[in-house]
Design a protein. Structure first.
Length: 341
C-alpha cells in the first residue's frame, strides 16, 4: 500500500521509571520491558471526547479487530469520562497520537490520551486507528527497535519530517524517528518492517538495510508478529478464578511476565489490606465487579523498590472484587505470596 504524502503518528513522550543504581541488568531489563504492559484481563474503558459518528465507528472497529485475535483484554465504550482510561479526540490540528500503555494512568481525566487528526474511514485511516491502539496496549514505534539495524541519513530525515505533510520540529523528529529504544526496554524481538507500528518512509532516508533505500511501505493492518506480541502479553484466559479468602495466603510461583488472578468476596464492609510477600517485583491491580464490568479501584507497583505491592482500600460485603498480579522479576527464591486481611 502506498502511503506517500500521508502524515504520521506523533507519539507522546513516554514516562521512564527511575530505578535504583546498581540494580542487576537482568532485573532492570524485566522491569523496563513489562512496565508499560497492562495486567492481563484488564477492562479498558474508552470515552469519545468529540468526533463524527463515522470516525467513532472506525475506532470501535479497530478495537474489535485487536480484541478478536483474541486478546485477554476487554475494550468497553463509556459515556462517563471520569470512568475512562482512554479518552479519544478528533482534533484535525493535533495530528494522530497516543500515550503508551500504563502511562495513561498518569494522565488527568481532564486530558485526552489519544487523538486522530485525519480521516479514519479509508485503509490508511484504519491502520492509523490500529496503530494508536497499539500504543495504548504498550507497543512503541517499530522502526525504533534497537535490533532493526537501520542506518539513517539523518540530514535527509530532518529535512523530510520538518517539511510537509508533518511539519515536526527537530526534537519531535528525534523522538519519533531517530531515537533508538534501549535494549532494556524491548523483549528482544527482531525488527518487523510490516508491523502496524512501522512508519512509511520515502526514498533516501534509510541507508541500511539497502533494500529500503528506495523507501519502506508497510502493507497496512496487523502483521503476524504484531498479533504474536499481543497474544503473548494478553492471552485469552478461560479458567475460573480462584478465591482469595481473608487471612489465607496463596503461594505464587510465576515466571517473568506471568500473572495470577483471584476473586475476593469480603463478608464484612471494612478497610482491608491486600499485600504481596517476598522479594519479587510485581504489579498488583484491584477491580470491582460492577454488574459484570470490572472497574479499576487501585494498583501498586513495587518494582525495584525492595518493598511489596500493597493496597489499603475499603471493600463492601456482598460485592465481588478481582485482584490481578503480574510478575516482573521472581527474586532470589523464585516464589512469593499474596494475602488480604
Amino acid at each position: 500500500m502506498n502511503y506517500e504524502n500521508r502524515p504520521l503518528c506523533l507519539s507522546k513522550p513516554t514516562i521512564r521509571r527511575e530505578l535504583p543504581p546498581g540494580m542487576p541488568d537482568a532485573r532492570m531489563r524485566l522491569i523496563r520491558v513489562l512496565s508499560k504492559v497492562w495486567v492481563n484481563e484488564t477492562e479498558l474503558h474508552y470515552f469519545f471526547v468529540d468526533g463524527p459518528e463515522a470516525q467513532r465507528q472506525a475506532v470501535r472497529d479497530a478495537f474489535a479487530e485487536w480484541k478478536a485475535l483474541p486478546l485477554g483484554l476487554k475494550f468497553t465504550e463509556t459515556t462517563d469520562r471520569a470512568a475512562s482510561e482512554i479518552r479519544i479526540a478528533f482534533d484535525p490540528n493535533d495530528g494522530s497520537w497516543s500515550y503508551v500503555g500504563r502511562d495513561l494512568l498518569g494522565i488527568p481525566a481532564t486530558e485526552t490520551t489519544m487523538n486522530f487528526g485525519w480521516d479514519l474511514t479509508d485503509d490508511y485511516g484504519h491502520s492509523t486507528a490500529l496503530h494508536e491502539i497499539g500504543h495504548t496496549l504498550g507497543l512503541p514505534h517499530e522502526h525504533q527497535n534497537p535490533f532493526s539495524g537501520i542506518e539513517w541519513d539523518e540530514d535527509a530525515v530532518y529535512r523530510f519530517f520538518t517539511g510537509s505533510p508533518n511539519f515536526w520540529t527537530r526534537s519531535q523528529t528525534e523522538h519519533n524517528v531517530l531515537r533508538k529504544i534501549s535494549t532494556q526496554e524491548v523483549d528482544g524481538s527482531a525488527w518487523d518492517p510490516d508491523s502496524v507500528m512501522e512508519y512509511w518512509f520515502p526514498a533516501g532516508l534509510i541507508r541500511e538495510p539497502a533494500q529500503y533505500a528506495g523507501g519502506l511501505n508497510p502493507p497496512g493492518g496487523l502483521s503476524a508478529p504484531d498479533k504474536e506480541w499481543a497474544k503473548k502479553f494478553y492471552p485469552e484466559l478461560t479458567a475460573e478464578l480462584r478465591e482469595l479468602k481473608v487471612f489465607e495466603s496463596q503461594l505464587l510461583e510465576l515466571a517473568a511476565g506471568q500473572q495470577a488472578d483471584f476473586v475476593l468476596k469480603p463478608e464484612a464492609s471494612q478497610n482491608y489490606t491486600i499485600s504481596t510477600f517476598g522479594q519479587s517485583d510485581m504489579v498488583m491491580v484491584l477491580f470491582e465487579d460492577d454488574g459484570g464490568s470490572l472497574r479499576y479501584l487501585g494498583g501498586d507497583d513495587d518494582s525495584g523498590t525492595g518493598l511489596n505491592a500493597q493496597l489499603n482500600l475499603r471493600l463492601l460485603a456482598g460485592r465481588r472484587y478481582v485482584v490481578r498480579l503480574r510478575l516482573y522479576w521472581a527474586g532470589g527464591i523464585g516464589k512469593s505470596s499474596v494475602m488480604y486481611w
